[in-house]
Ligand binder design. Structure first.
Ligand SMILES: [Zn+2]
Length: 406
């Protein structure tokens, strides 16, 4: 049986480093350096190792399942340990075309308890997270932000600027925020894993990794701050039938010590969330700088990637002003949008569903459905638009980028 072995967990004040090894056959699915670190903003020396192991385990659990490997670790928190098999079953239900096997060998199972009372939430600063924040504002959640997730650690300057923006948002809501710097996306060879799971028509990070991998980073904070409930905002909506590693059937099963997880706002659409934020901002006279952008080299919203466009159109569909959400729209925005939609952006099946909902919202909005400047948008066929020219353009630019990198 293949093995993934945690050799050592090193703790130095606020820094946690994992040293690990993997057996030969699965080696190519991991990056060559077999150690990585997480940095917290608080001293974690008093957190038990059975809790500190959780972020590592959650990051590699799906790999161990896919390759029928055994994870070997000295000690683990009991509640966490018991949540693993149910989570695996949920993965199997979501992806019947993949086989989830594997095993976890742990020498000591330890019961950790604390008198949990506080609330926390994972906070990226995007639309989903902001809607969860607004909904639970009266519970005064502690905000937790991961650096090294959507924006890689190598883009330090971008991360620093995003950190300032997120700190400002936390201040606007008078909430405490803490950051975790993590190299967890530098552990797996995502390219190889993408190829391995190509049957599910999605990338490894989105399909299998990100949900529990992100949430688990909060385990040491949950222990130190005695967190009762940890919220993570939903990206999809009940009824979308979207397949995604962050799903209520997975996230809500994860437990560590006395902390439970809640996958929040699964009953709201992205438009509903925008409406919720819009209402709160109007009532409290707030203007936010929400960051949704796919472009990890930019701290501002680029206003030209699929996610930026989707959010902007969603805001317009709800009679909101994109400028109040942190979008600095360029001149001739709609003309540029039309061009990008037609010739550049490839719309995946998962987002086409969302775009159709936005078109429907425009259709139902009397201020918009007769406005001549949106006629092209109302008629735009997203599925049909993924034509040969667009794919050729995308592949050519990818090829050019690769050559430039060499
Ligand atoms: Zn963007």
């Amino acid at each position: 049986m293949e093995k993934i072995i945690i050799e050592k967990i090193q703790i130095k004040e606020n820094e946690l480093t994992y040293f690990y090894n993997v057996t030969e056959k699965i080696s190519k699915y991991f990056m060559p350096i077999r150690k990585y670190s997480l940095k917290y903003e608080m001293n974690i020396e008093n957190v038990p190792k059975s809790i500190l192991a959780i972020p590592f385990i959650c990051n590699i659990l799906p790999v161990s399942w896919l390759f029928d490997a055994e994870i070997v670790v000295d000690e683990l928190d009991e509640n966490f340990y018991e949540s693993i098999v149910p989570i695996k079953k949920s993965y199997q239900n979501m992806y019947p075309d993949l086989h989830f096997a594997g095993n976890l060998k742990c020498k000591k199972i330890i019961q950790n308890n604390y008198n949990a009372s506080k609330i926390a939430m994972m906070f990226s600063g995007g639309v989903d997270a902001t809607a969860t924040l607004v909904k639970h504002i009266s519970e005064k959640p502690i905000l937790i932000n991961l650096q090294g997730s959507d924006i890689k650690l190598k883009y330090k300057a971008v991360l620093d600027n995003v950190e300032i923006k997120i700190q400002n948002m936390a201040a606007q809501f008078s909430l405490p925020i803490t950051f975790i710097e993590t190299a967890f996306r530098e552990v797996l060879n995502e390219k190889e894993l993408d190829d391995f799971i190509s049957i599910v028509n999605d990338n490894y990070w989105h399909a299998l990794q990100h949900g529990i991998a992100i949430l688990s980073h909060a385990a040491p904070i949950a222990y130190l701050k005695k967190i009762k409930t940890l919220y993570i905002a939903s990206s999809y909506t009940k009824g979308d039938n979207a397949k995604c590693a962050s799903d209520p059937t997975i996230d809500n099963l994860l437990k560590f010590a006395s902390t439970t997880i809640y996958h929040d706002n699964f009953d709201l659409t992205r438009g509903d969330k925008i409406e919720l934020i819009n209402k709160y901002c109007e009532e409290n006279n707030l203007s936010l700088k929400i960051r949704v952008c796919f472009n990890e080299r930019k701290e501002e919203n680029c206003c030209k990637c699929e996610k930026c466009y989707r959010t902007i159109f969603e805001i317009i569909s709800r009679n909101g002003n994109p400028e109040n959400f942190g979008f600095d729209l360029p001149r001739n925005f709609l003309r540029k949008a039309k061009f990008h939609f037609k010739y550049k952006i490839i719309f995946s099946p998962a987002v086409i569903v969302l775009w159709k909902k936005i078109q429907q919202q425009f259709q139902n909005n009397p201020d918009l459905n007769c406005d001549p400047k949106y006629v092209w948008f109302l008629k735009f066929d997203f599925a049909e638009s993924n034509n040969f020219i667009k794919k050729l353009y995308a592949n050519t630019s990818l090829f050019v980028k690769k050559i430039l990198r060499k």
